[in-house]
Design a protein around this ligand. Structure first.
Ligand code: GDP
Ligand code: IMO
Ligand code: MG
Length: 423
């Protein structure tokens, strides 16, 4: 019986979707615990590509039950679009998807306020999905939850009350036209008809499942360095992607978690703004972007690319309690003549002992690099560790030692079968 948390160890897009899909064969339940439709988790099965934003990536395995926990913020429009798309592809959702009654709803004003705040200076480079404004309302105790969809009268009252405040803000502060209250009420009253059947008391369901010996995979979105507490604040998302978020975002207590798997890209990428010490702004960066198809699964934005940062991953291992790692996109490095690994940072000639999340310091660090020889051979068909070229093995051993990680899974392509277990 396993209750495994799977986390992104860098700045998101590490290949979580692919690894969740792979591992979910061995789990009964897959649960998302934070974030929302800002996530884009890609799963490739045969020649078909699915990009999941809200529904756990386990949905593509027919025996798996999928759960959306209370920590997730749900845009009903995005959710229904995703359900429709899956069903069109003959993937059954009804009876396999459950949503926590305590998850908060993304409202049209959240998306609008996200866009407005990104149109000024000091842009974070958000996905524009309304994530930050929705979590603001949650913590300001003004949010509207999934359970509110079940009480039409109170839903209408809550929307009216919120709209009064938001329209004031839109008009007086942002000089933006007001939103149509009646239209939003009509739209959200409709959602109960379709979402009702998915609503569940998720903490009871998950804890009961654990006591029956079922195994659960908790699918994190984003990555540790985008965590609102442990990431590169303010260039972060508004939730807790780190492993602690898996408890608060589902109702599974910490003593029921059995292990933490970190998904680690063989190099580093980041979308949006914020410091990125090992970023490559040269031809090598472009090469990684083009070879790795590093364009956002949600927004299509080009991802910033850089060398593997072992110092950053070491920090991620510490705050997440990662005890096992899946290395992804190793094949993407195959074209590089030389490959660098950032092993630490210095400021004014002084080597740092701990990772600085303070953005002012992080923007001023100088990465310390070790240069390794590239292997220059296609590895995308390698089916086990021994088939890898010697130089690839050296690279894996080096990042394993310098980041303090135990590599159990290696991914050499986007497909399910382009993966192998080490040992
Ligand atoms: P996630 O958000 O962590 O699930 O990652 P994304 O889906 O946003 O981005 C990962 C991208 O890399 C997707 O397009 C995957 O299909 C692709 N991918 C995953 N693993 C590998 C791999 O080992 N090699 C290559 N070349 N692509 C991969
Ligand atoms: P997955 O789950 C990569 C980034 C945005 C921005 C910051 C805040 O696919 O790995 P937000 O819309 O959350 O308020 O944006 O976080 N971001 C991601 N970057 N992968 C993601 O998700 C991301 N979700 C948000 O680009 O910098
Ligand atoms: Mg992604």
């Amino acid at each position: 019986m396993k209750v495994t948390v799977l986390v992104g160890s860098q700045w998101g897009d590490e290949g979580k979707g692919k690894i969740v899909d792979l591992l979910s064969e061995k789990y009964d339940i897959v649960t998302r615990y934070q974030g929302g439709a800002n996530a884009g988790h890609t799963v490739v099965i045969a020649d078909r590509q699915y990009i999941l934003h809200l529904i756990p990536s386990g949905i593509l395995r027919e025996n798996v039950i999928c759960v959306i926990g209370n920590g997730v913020v749900i845009d009903p429009t995005a959710l229904l679009e995703e359900i429709t798309l899956l069903e069109k592809n003959n993937i059954k959702v009804d009876g396999r998807l459950f949503i926590s009654q305590n998850a908060h709803l993304i409202m049209p004003y959240h998306k609008l306020l996200d866009t407005i705040s990104e149109s000024g200076e000091n842009k974070i480079g958000t996905t524009g999905r309304g994530i930050g404004p929705c979590y603001i309302d949650k913590y300001a105790r003004k949010g509207i939850k999934i359970v509110d969809l079940l009480n039409r009268k109170s839903l209408e009252e809550k929307i009216r009350k919120n709209l009064e405040e938001k329209n004031n803000l839109l008009k007086k502060v942002y000089e933006h036209e007001e939103l149509d209250v009646e239209e939003i009420i009509k739209q959200y009253l409709e959602f109960d008809k379709t979402i009702d059947k998915y609503i569940k008391d998720v903490p009871s369901f998950l804890n009961q499942s654990i006591s029956e010996g079922k195994s659960i995979l908790l699918e994190g979105a984003q990555g540790a360095l985008l965590d609102v507490d442990f990431g590169t604040y303010p260039f972060v998302t508004s939730s807790s992607p780190t492993s602690g978020g898996a408890c608060t975002g589902t109702g599974i207590p910490p003593n029921k978690i059995t292990d933490v798997i970190g998904i680690v890209k063989a190099y580093t990428t980041r979308v949006g703004n914020g410091p990125f010490p090992s970023e490559l702004l040269d031809e090598d960066g472009n090469k990684l972007r083009e070879t790795g198809a590093e364009y956002g699964a949600t927004t299509g934005r080009p991802r910033r690319c850089g060398w593997f940062d072992a110092f950053l991953v070491r920090y991620s291992v510490m705050i997440n309690g990662i005890n096992s790692v899946a290395i992804t996109k190793l094949d993407v490095l195959s074209k590089m003549d030389k490959i660098k690994v950032c092993t630490g940072y210095s400021i004014n000639g002084k080597t740092l002992k701990t990772f600085p999340t303070d953005v002012d310091r992080l923007s001023n660090v100088k990465p310390i690099y070790k240069t390794l020889q590239g292997w220059k051979v296609d590895i995308s068909n390698c089916g086990n560790f021994s088939e890898l070229p010697e130089k690839t093995k050296e690279y894996l051993n080096f990042i394993s030692d310098s980041a303090g990680i135990k590599i159990d899974i290696v991914s050499v392509g986007p497909k399910r079968n382009q993966t192998f277990f080490v040992n």
